[in-house]
Design a protein around this ligand. Structure first.
Ligand code: FAD
Ligand code: UDP
Length: 368
């Protein structure tokens, strides 16, 4: 179909696909990358609007504890020293995130860690929390009822479209709770944003590799399969098998992006709206990820929505029902010996950027 066969056809130009393709090329393999969107980068894609790097599919902050991953990405771009310190807005009261002494001081006027711990344990005891069996109980056990009601309950129910009593405790355990005055959101050794945007970094990873945009592998699968010895598939695993066991569940997002003619709209890259009434979960002001001195600014309001056919699948819903369904697809995938299933959609797994790179580097290491 398309001339000489390739050693690898990589489906998807997100971080997994770009990293695998880069490794394959440097091992002397002939690689073709196809991407169904009209741009590379997957969900990490950034575009230049009015001189500002806009994170089109939501805020992306690179953070890792893995020295090799950090060294690897620094080969393709320079990172700035951005530290993620989101703010929570609860009906106009502004709280520092993650939960730290700044948050406890603003909430209760406490000054020392001992006073904060005392307040939390009193609230936990009066709520009668033992061994937490859902997100609500876990949150109260960690930070008490005031913080749960003001900063967690409304935000979580908007984000997941379900009551906190129906959600697993594990979701809230991702958030650090610190008894120090430290509002760095991530416990990571390395953190930053690529200067000039993620697209520039991923372009550098794909340098010298043939990439074809606006090509959907599944629309022409057998033709594409003929053009390469092996396939690396980073699209949704259920779509690959034509949803033969039914669809996996995802949460989707909708962004309302606008250009505003003021240089500083909210004074921070990320402001979460933690009340129930505000329909969006957060506002991103893109210029503060990679600061630029411009007269205007670009903001995106982020709405969390239930995923349905034709929508972008953002977050896999890794509850037990969907994990079981995924494992049925996984067993089918194991029989496709010529195809590697990788990345967030191919493995139905909430990967961060560093872990997706680590996974692609590992797979490439096994392959050549
Ligand atoms: P993707 O980026 O989804 O790339 C897959 C690509 O495959 C897509 O471009 C898709 O169009 C293409 N594709 C799919 N099917 C086909 C097909 N049939 N034919 C051709 N092409 C196809 N991680 C962090 O480390 N820090 C963060 O701050 C962070 N924030 C995030 C915020 C949001 C809102 C979301 C959704 C994710 C965030 N992540 C973050 C996670 C990060 O986006 C992922 O780790 C990363 O994008 C995964 O890369 P991937 O290549 O697996 O998937
Ligand atoms: N969360 C919250 N209030 C906030 C921010 C986060 O209650 O202001 C909860 C929410 O349940 C979310 C979880 O903490 O799903 C993890 O937050 P994180 O920012 O890690 O979520 P992500 O957007 O990365 O999935």
């Amino acid at each position: 179909m398309r001339g000489e066969p390739y050693d690898y056809l990589v489906v998807g130009a997100g971080l997994y696909g770009a990293c695998f393709a880069e490794r394959a090329k440097s091992a002397g393999k002939k690689v073709l990358v196809i991407e169904k969107r009209n741009h590379i980068g997957g969900n990490a894609y950034t575009e230049n609007i009015e001189g500002i790097q806009v994170h089109r599919y939501g805020a992306h902050i690179f953070h890792t504890n893995d020295r090799n991953v950090w060294k690897y990405v620094n080969r393709f771009c320079e990172f700035n020293r951005f530290t993620n310190s989101p703010i929570a807005n609860y009906h106009g009261e502004m709280y520092s995130l993650p939960f730290s002494m700044y948050t406890f001081n603003r909430m209760w006027g406490v000054v020392t860690p001992e006073e904060a711990e005392d307040m939390i344990s009193r609230q936990r005891a009066s709520a009668g929390i033992g061994d937490p069996s859902n997100l609500e109980e876990q949150a109260i056990a960690l930070v008490g009822t005031d913080i749960y009601h003001k900063l967690i309950e409304g935000y979580t129910e908007k984000q997941w479209g379900r009551s906190c009593k129906e959600l697993p405790p594990s979701i809230i355990k991702r958030l650090p709770v610190r008894m120090t005055y430290d509002n760095n959101y991530f416990n990571a050794l390395y953190q930053g944003i690529p200067i000039g945007g993620y697209t520039k970094m991923i372009e550098a990873m794909l340098h010298g590799i043939e990439v074809r945009l606006n090509e959907d592998y599944l629309e022409n699968k057998s033709d594409w399969d003929r053009c390469a010895c092996r396939i690396v598939y980073t699209g949704p695993i259920d779509a690959y098998f034509d949803y033969c066991y039914g669809s996996l569940a995802y949460r989707s997002l909708r962004f309302e992006t606008e250009i505003i003619t003021c240089p500083n709209f909210q004074g921070n890259a990320v402001v979460n709206y933690t009340d129930r009434e505000t329909p969006f979960t957060r506002i991103i002001e893109h210029k503060w990820f990679d600061p630029v001195d411009t007269e205007s600014t670009v903001i995106s309001k982020e709405y969390s929505v239930e995923w349905g056919p034709g929508m972008e699948p953002y977050y896999p819903v890794n509850d037990s029902k969907n994990n079981e369904l995924y494992h049925r697809y996984r067993r089918l995938a194991e029989k496709e010996t010529n195809t590697i299933f990788g990345g967030r959609l191919g493995e139905y797994r909430y990967y961060d950027m560093d872990t997706v790179i680590l996974s692609a580097l590992g797979k490439a290491g096994e392959a050549f």
